[in-house]
Design a protein around this ligand. Structure first.
Ligand code: NDP
Length: 253
């Protein structure tokens, strides 16, 4: 995507990113901070969140908050507690990027282990939903909130072997569409981003034999992440965007 954001695009914005300690989420958090936002960094590995917080401070960004939460075991009560703690510290949330995700095993449906199925659904669907539900009141305090989910090309068209992950991403698209309809006359827009094959540890786990130098980096795909978080996308809702629109799904595998 060609997009030239204003340098102060996210000034005065407060944005929560899940899975902010690594991969695409880490890059999104650093990028949003560079464009003026105050960040809430949510993830399961505290040391990684603290490293990102320090990096934001070193680049002159607003002090970031960190929330350590393992989405694999997160309950509705814990999600509500996270929202309550944030409500004590922040006036509102202007954006939430649901980025944390679990790949699970790449195996045919017939071989899927139920424990793995539940884990993928818990992280990618249930925890994402519970966190969304808990954070909605804070998001609705923003005059122009942006709620972004992370999908995948296998969440739009099924592909053999991608079982639990693909089904969880179809559910993510559905969650986005229902919420977008429910809030279409309010000041909250809801969209999905499909990053496309991107150089991270999740991608390396899915395609261990591909040449990672041929993949875009998380930094390369940030224009769409900025566009959907800033005011230029204010009228967009209920849509699923590709960060790499010209990339054929599964191109390098
Ligand atoms: P990474 O595995 O590199 O990063 C995932 C992040 O999510 C990490 O920070 C990880 O934390 C966090 N996370 C994982 N499980 C949990 C959990 N139980 N609780 C809290 N945080 C958790 O993945 P990517 O950056 O590649 O993926 C980001 C998103 O993009 C995912 O939703 C993925 O499905 C999607 N995507 C990625 C593509 C790609 O090619 N990379 C393509 C299409 C979609 P920790 O660092 O502690 O492990």
């Amino acid at each position: 995507m060609h997009y030239n954001p204003k340098h102060d695009l996210l000034e005065q914005r407060i944005i929560l990113v899940t899975g902010a300690g690594d991969g695409i989420g880490r890059e999104a958090a650093l990028t949003y901070a560079r464009f003026g936002a105050q960040l809430v960094l949510l993830g399961r590995t505290e040391s990684k969140l603290l490293a990102v917080r320090d990096e934001i401070a070193a680049q002159g960004g607003a002090p970031a908050l960190t929330v350590t939460l393992d989405l694999l075991h997160a309950t509705q009560e814990q999600c509500r507690q996270v929202a309550a703690d944030l409500t004590d510290q922040l006036p509102r949330l202007d954006g939430v990027l649901h980025n944390a995700g679990l790949l699970g095993d790449i195996v045919p449906m017939a071989e899927i282990d139920m424990a793995m199925w539940h884990d993928v659904m818990q992280v990618n669907v249930n925890a994402t939903f519970m966190l969304t539900q808990a954070l909605l009141p804070l998001l609705l305090k923003s005059p122009a909130g942006s709620l972004i989910f992370t999908t995948s090309s296998v969440g739009r068209m099924g592909r053999a072997g991608w079982g639990a992950y693909a089904v969880s991403k179809f559910a993510t698209e559905g969650m986005m569409q229902v919420l977008a309809e429910e809030y279409k006359s309010r000041h909250l827009r809801v969209n999905c981003i499909n990053p496309g094959g991107t150089r991270t540890s999740m991608r390396a786990a899915a395609f261990p034999h591909e040449d990672k130098n041929k993949l875009k980096t998380p930094a390369d795909i940030m224009p769409l992440y900025l566009y959907l978080m800033g005011d230029d996308s204010r009228r967009k809702t209920g849509m699923s965007f590709d960060a790499q629109p010209n990339r054929k799904p599964g191109a390098t595998e």
